[in-house]
Design a protein around this ligand. Structure first.
Ligand SMILES: [Zn+2]
Length: 196
């Protein structure tokens, strides 16, 4: 399997409609396997074909607690109910997250690699992923659904991690380990007692 090259905003392919697949051919399996490999490598919960430079109407989804990915050929949302605000990000828009409007629950239909129809009723993260990935295949991005234009923000992981590390260092200096062993309130004293 191969990790495919990701396409990022403003690559025009992210704004193009995917083409419906007429027949599921055996060679599609290789491409879809590569999409799955790429989604895993990028640590995403979903990936649409135009994010890796193809206009085939295919998406893959794998929620964090799933053992197997869901392969969706020609996926369509057939019903949307309710409205909620959720935080979202996209592998094609690295370094940003935003608050978007999504449905509370959706129904979707697709075909699997075996050519059989898949019907899905979903809420929560799966509903969000289905709306996100079918959106990609229509040339849409989550930034089209922002709650307000300023609901998009930069994420600064490195800076956060650094400051956390500094905080820890300071905390250690402020509370040097007490090795006198005389205080009865000392955490771990009960463990020591048991060990004796
Ligand atoms: Zn995306």
């Amino acid at each position: 399997m191969t990790v495919l090259d990701m396409r990022f905003v403003p690559d025009p392919i992210l704004r193009r409609q995917a083409r419906k697949i007429g027949k599921v051919l055996p060679r599609m399996k290789k491409f879809i396997d590569d999409m799955i490999e790429t989604m895993h490598a990028e640590m995403g919960v979903g990936l649409a074909a135009n994010q890796v430079g193809s206009l085939q109407k295919v998406a893959v989804i794998q929620l964090p607690d799933w053992e197997e990915p869901l392969i969706l050929i020609n996926p369509e949302i057939t019903r949307q109910e309710g409205e909620r605000e959720v935080e979202e990000g996209c592998l094609s828009i690295p370094g940003y997250r935003g608050m978007v409007k999504r449905s509370v629950s959706v129904r979707a239909r697709a075909i699997g690699l075996d050519g059989k129809i898949i019907r899905i009723k979903a809420d929560g993260l799966l509903a969000q992923a289905l709306e996100h990935e079918t959106g990609h295949l229509k040339g849409q991005l989550y930034i089209d659904h922002l709650v307000t234009p300023d609901s998009l923000y930069k994420i600064t992981h490195t800076a956060e991690d650094d400051s956390e590390a500094e905080d820890e260092a300071e905390a250690t200096e402020a509370n040097p380990p007490d090795d006198t062993g005389s205080s009865p309130d000392r955490p771990g004293s009960s463990l020591e007692d048991k060990a004796k």
